[in-house]
Design a protein around this ligand. Sequence first.
Ligand code: NAP
Length: 258
Amino acid sequence: MPTTLITGASGGIGEAFARELAANKNELVIVARSEDKLNQLASQLQEQHKIRVEVIVKDLTAQSATQEVFETVQSKGIAVDTLINNAGFGDYGEFAQTDGERQIKMVQLNIIALMDLTHKFLPQMQQRRSGNIINVSSIAGFQPIPYLSVYAATKAFVLSFSESLWAENRQYGVRVLVVCPGPTETNFFEEANFPSSFTGKTSKVSTPEEVVRSTLKALEEDKSTVVSAGTLGKIIVNMPRFLPRETLVNILEKQFKA
Ligand SMILES: NC(=O)c1ccc[n+]([C@@H]2O[C@H](COP(=O)([O-])OP(=O)(O)OC[C@H]3O[C@@H](n4cnc5c(N)ncnc54)[C@H](OP(=O)(O)O)[C@@H]3O)[C@@H](O)[C@H]2O)c1
């Protein structure tokens, strides 16, 4: 049975990946901070699908967390066939007034942990000449977003980094896919402290299951990138092609102001 490692599997999109892949007879390694949620999910999936589920409780913003995840997986003799770098969070607000420590943690989780786990697991996949890496970006990665400045920049990194790796790794039979969800029904908005005035502002909200389905379909099709969003989301990601950068960022400033 193939093994998939999913970061941020204790809820939202990561949990939906875990449920879908368990149903497809993948063994799992699930990583996040919430021990109770991970253990509960692991017991449920083990019972339901008769698969092995390893739980790794880890704050991926902590120094050497990614090394510890890698060592735990190695020590258990697990070969990771698919790595899903999904853990991430945002933080709404005017940059100068945001909590600086939280912005640093966001960069550590959304960028550093994702990059380092990829760096650790990719060589083994190249050697085996098979494997998949799925990195979760966002439609926010296609353009700057005032009041979500650091978050949008982290997701632009994920998008650019993953697309480069898609092209580098085809020669090794390793697939790299970046998924860019639009607004999705998870704890994301609450975690990011979005003001209540934003409730209902988004035209279509996807379910985590829809994001997972479109991602797995795109992986099968060897795509580099998948935008998993409604029509408005698909228009938004194409706007930078048609508008001058100042015009675009001015429009977004008005849209995202509380
Ligand atoms: N929801 C959306 O509208 C949306 C749109 C575009 C992109 N995304 C992206 O989708 C990904 C998943 O987010 P979601 O929407 O499913 O939000 P979510 O429900 O808040 O889930 C976030 C996951 O990340 C984990 N996590 C957070 N901080 C962590 C840390 N320091 N160390 C380890 N794990 C950590 C959380 O688990 P613990 O709290 O247990 O650690 C949780 O499992 C993120 O990368 C997000 O940027 C979401």
